[in-house]
Design a protein around this ligand. Structure first.
Ligand SMILES: [Mn+2]
Length: 316
């Protein structure tokens, strides 16, 4: 499955691993895991991770690397957990000599040519990195195993969602056998900055309901400036509106600094990924998001109408 990617890896002395904007546990975890696995297997090669990573894990799983343009220009870029070229955090991936990709999102075909493994039935990119290591007898050390566990745990919202639960739990079991400490990973992952109280109280006091089955909250740029938070910080809280009886779709929309809109949407039941695609985004069937060039009542209403259409059709 990974033969073409491995043959690329073997051709290069330096490899730079890229991820998406606003890195989450799966993005950071898959980058760190792949870095460790490749460093162990190919000690003579230089392997780097770029991007902002997940700071709260730096002490236990490792920091990101600072890599010059010159190094990138002679490296193989491996892009992880990203299906949309516009959502790549470090755009220098396109300055690399060569390119490969491993991902579990529904493909949007915006990337350059190169060997790729895309499996949207996988729980996480970390699951794919696990398979990459196992299928090729690459050693998974304790750091890599912990990073893989982190990504699988966070992308499944703590093992709630999977196409194949047996496969997911078998991997989790194998990682626990390696010595991974789920309590430490959970505890670290649960840590939130104090500002999250402010964000949560804003969302709960700005809940809006659309009778057609959508519950949501909207933050304008002014709201955000008063709170002192970014759109990404606001949009990371969709779970606050989840599973309210009568509302199978929930979302948070935030006006971006340049007057556009960032949206994160979830559904318990309906395929909302296609609505994200309509606005130039993507994601998964029940968890998707996008950034759009416009913000305001008109575009919000368009979004609500489209989602209401999905709910109506799904209920027929
Ligand atoms: Mn992911």
């Amino acid at each position: 499955m990974f033969e073409a990617i491995i043959s690329k890896i073997e051709q290069y002395d330096s490899i730079v691993i890229f991820g998406h904007l606003n890195p989450d546990g799966d993005c950071y975890g898959s980058q760190i895991a792949l870095r460790n696995i490749l460093r162990t297997r190919y000690p003579e090669k230089k392997i780097y991770c770029v991007g902002s990573g997940l700071k709260k894990f730096f002490d236990i799983l490792g920091k990101m690397d600072v890599v010059s343009d010159e190094i990138i220009a002679q490296s193989l870029a491996i892009v992880l957990d990203s299906n949309d070229i516009n959502r790549l955090e470090d755009k220098r991936a396109w300055k690399a000599r060569d390119f490969a990709k491993i991902d579990h999102h529904i493909d949007t075909y915006t990337f350059h040519e190169g060997p790729e493994v895309i499996d949207d039935t996988a729980t996480s990119t970390c699951e794919l990195i696990y398979r990459f290591a196992k299928e090729n007898n690459f050693e998974i050390d304790l750091i890599a195993g912990s990073a893989l566990y982190l990504g699988m745990m966070t992308d499944t919202a703590r093992f709630q969602f999977a196409n194949n639960f047996v496969r997911m739990f078998e991997i989790a079991r194998d990682l626990c056998d390696l010595g991974v400490d789920p309590i430490l990973l959970n505890k670290t992952n649960n840590l939130v900055p104090e500002i999250s109280i402010t964000i949560k109280s804003f969302i709960y006091s700005h809940v809006k309901k659309d009778k057609r089955g959508i519950i949501y909250a909207i933050a304008t740029k002014k709201d955000r400036e008063q709170l002192g938070v970014t759109s990404a910080q606001i949009c990371a809280n969709t779970s606050l509106l989840s599973y309210v009886t009568g509302y199978p779709v929930w979302l948070i929309a935030s006006e971006t600094d340049n007057g556009g809109m960032q949206v994160e949407m979830r559904s318990s039941t309906f395929d909302i990924q296609k609505i994200a695609t309509h606005f130039g985004g993507g994601g998964h069937t029940f968890a998707a998001g996008f950034t759009y060039k416009k913000f305001g009542p008109e575009v919000i209403n368009e979004l609500l109408d489209l989602l209401a259409g999905v709910v109506k059709k799904g209920n027929e």
